[in-house]
Ligand binder design. Structure first.
Ligand SMILES: Nc1nc2c(ncn2[C@@H]2O[C@H](COP(=O)(O)OP(=O)(O)OP(=O)(O)O)[C@@H](O)[C@H]2O)c(=O)[nH]1
Ligand SMILES: Nc1nc2c(ncn2[C@@H]2O[C@H](COP(=O)(O)OP(=O)(O)OP(=O)(O)O)[C@@H](O)[C@H]2O)c(=O)[nH]1
Ligand SMILES: [Mg+2]
Ligand SMILES: [Mg+2]
Lengths: 273, 292
């Protein structure tokens, strides 16, 4: 076959090039290539299977926490500056509103210019109320008030948008811990889902982000945004291997309906093509 | 850190006598790893290392008692050279106002940088004017307007349904009339593969006739940096780029990749969310950061 006739070193370089271009990272790429070395068969096929095996974890990819009936389902969005948190909050609000759920948005980014206004426009678009205070208010206080309102009004879903922050800023990570704490104070099931919103165009910094955000607020998964560009988001493989966090959703555009559930197979095939 | 890693690797090799070319190649493998982990594009790493190899197999390394340190020193020097040697300033127009056009992917830091640049020049006694030409992002004009208010700078924002080209043209006309020194055009984030929006930025550029076109790039950008920079350079031309969010622990390899494929320099580095968080680019500091 054409595969067995190709020089093994040349094939290895080809595999590595595709993985590197996809931001898999050199260490993860070399681990992947090594793991399929002993096996028989088409290298690309083996690679795809190994990547799928990593992304699907121990088969728990399909288990999603259901919308609980004992209080609102709270989703906390965290991540670095400009990764797509506010837009994703709007998309999630539209998604749940479209499913007939009652939804509330919390504008807990009280720092950045026009952050509250940006989320309020998303609220208008999806017909969802936005709980906010004035710019400069305490973010944890907004989070607390929003959950109180969601509980009092018997809302199905509360989505908490937070300010962008670099994971190396310990004072900002402390603020995030405080936001999570005040939610938990109202019930230890809150928040049911905490997502790291990760920009697909970033490279190896994703690993540092996943580690440090997970350490601070115990993440449940990742939302990989901007996959409508040419970046492949391959860093999520290393994140899965080292921090054991699965990708739950992907962002594929700037509109309300540009949010999709993560499909490992489609992701891997797009990366390897 | 890397020179210590290399020296210990070479210590083991020296045990068997004189260092040779094969040993140096092994040392360069460590450098390759460091640069790839720093997000430098893999093709750029390959080209850079083949250029470095010539020096690395010379006597300055082979005869040195600390060959690892020598290799790192050579790599560092070559990185600084490739990154442009020294800081490249903003080129001001002979006839004011200087028009600066900002472009880049979504969320890279354009709006924040527009304000930072305006603040910097205001501090130097210049009269800047901001243009909110992003008509898509919710509250984009509000964001730039609030920043303008914070720094005490004038701003043009669009009217209902006005195109970015019209906003830009109107703003420059007004700035000229008001004897402004600098017009900074903030545009919407866009994908280099979005044909409509790339056509739009071409039209904005045609209208603005900018003296400086800067690509604003997130410092954490991975391999995609090459695709993005090449596309923008082809469509609107680039005079330089800005590397943002470098106050984090991202190594910033995109800087080397973009410099290598476009030939344009890093003009500014964003180092925080505050208006003051703007620095000139220092190639030597960048080289150290890249090597980790
Ligand atoms: N193409 C594309 N753009 C996206 C996607 N998600 C978000 N964006 C854009 O990315 C930019 C930043 O999005 P935001 O939602 O403001 O990001 P953020 O994380 O809330 O930013 P900060 O609050 O400033 O940290 C905006 O221009 C969005 O429209 C996506 O999936 N695809
Ligand atoms: N830590 C840090 N944050 C930055 C820096 N520059 C910008 N930001 C933040 O990054 C986020 C995105 O910045 P924006 O200026 O809105 O980015 P943009 O390119 O205009 O985004 P779009 O218009 O949606 O494409 C905001 O939260 C900014 O405060 C920087 O140098 N360091
Ligand atoms: Mg936001
Ligand atoms: Mg902007």
């Amino acid at each position: 076959s054409a595969v067995t006739r190709q020089d093994p070193e040349e094939l290895r370089e080809e595999l590595e090039a595709v993985l590197l271009q996809g931001d898999v990272g050199i260490l993860a790429a070399d681990r992947l290539i090594k793991s399929i070395q002993g096996q028989d068969g088409d290298r690309w096929q083996l690679l795809e299977e190994e990547m799928l095996r990593i992304l699907e974890g121990e088969g728990e990819n399909g288990e999603r926490p259901p919308i609980t009936t004992g209080g609102p389902h709270v989703i906390l969005l965290v991540g670095t500056n400009g990764s797509g948190k506010t837009t994703t909050a709007g998309k999630l609000a539209s998604k749940y509103a479209g499913e007939g759920k009652s939804v509330l948005l919390a504008a807990a980014d009280t720092y950045r210019a026009a952050a509250i206004e940006q989320l309020q426009i998303w609220g208008e678009r999806s017909g969802v109320d936005v709980i906010s205070q004035e710019r400069g208010a305490d973010a944890a206080s907004v989070a607390y008030d929003s959950l109180s309102a969601a509980i009092a009004r018997n809302m199905d879903v509360l989505i908490v948008d937070t300010a962008g922050r670099l994971q190396t800023r310990s004072n900002l990570m402390d603020e995030l811990k405080k936001i999570r704490r005040v939610l938990q104070k109202q019930g230890d099931q809150y928040p049911q889902e905490t997502f790291l919103v990760l920009d697909a165009t970033i490279g190896q910094n994703a690993l540092s982000q996943a580690r440090l955000f997970h350490e601070a607020v115990e993440l449940d998964g990742l939302i990989l945004t901007k996959l409508d560009g040419t970046a492949k988001g391959g860093m999520v493989l290393a994140v899965r291997q080292e921090v054991d966090l699965p990708v739950r959703y992907i962002g594929v555009g700037e509109r309300a309906d540009d949010l999709m559930e993560f499909s490992p197979k489609e992701f891997v095939q797009a990366l390897l093509e | 850190e890397i020179s210590r890693k290399l020296d210990s690797a070479f210590q083991k090799l020296r045990g068997k006598g004189k260092l040779n070319e094969k040993d140096v190649t092994a040392g360069l493998r460590e450098i390759r790893l460091a640069l790839l982990e720093a997000d430098v594009h893999y093709k750029v790493v390959k080209e850079f290392l083949s250029a470095v190899k010539e020096r690395a197999v010379g006597n300055e390394v082979l005869k040195s008692i600390t060959p690892g340190q020598q290799i790192v020193k050579i790599v560092h020097e070559e990185l600084v050279k490739l990154l442009g040697g020294q800081s490249a300033p903003l080129r001001l127009a002979s006839q004011p106002p200087t028009v600066v056009l900002l472009a880049g992917l979504q969320g890279s830091g354009k709006t924040t940088f527009a304000a930072k640049l305006a603040a910097r020049y205001k501090k130097r006694g210049k009269r800047p004017h901001l243009v909110a030409a992003d008509i898509y992002r919710p509250a984009a004009a509000d964001q730039l307007e609030q920043l303008a208010e914070t720094i005490g700078c004038t701003i043009t924002r669009g009217e209902e349904g006005e195109s970015p080209e019209s906003i830009t043209e109107r703003a420059i006309r007004k700035a000229r009339g008001d004897l402004k020194d600098l017009v900074i055009v903030d545009t919407a984030g866009r994908l280099h593969v979005d044909d409509d929006l790339m056509g739009e930025i071409e039209r904005i550029s045609a209208v603005a006739e900018p003296h400086e076109t800067l690509l604003v790039v997130d410092g954490m950008t991975g391999q995609d940096a090459v695709n993005v920079a090449t596309a923008f350079q082809e469509r609107i031309g680039l005079d330089g780029f800005v590397l943002t969010k470098m106050d984090g622990d991202a190594r910033g390899g995109a800087a080397l990749s973009i410099r290598h494929v476009t030939g344009t320099p890093v003009k500014f580095v964003g180092v925080g969310e505050g208006i003051e968080a703007l620095e000139e680019f220092h190639p030597d500091r960048m080289a150290t950061r890249l090597l980790g």
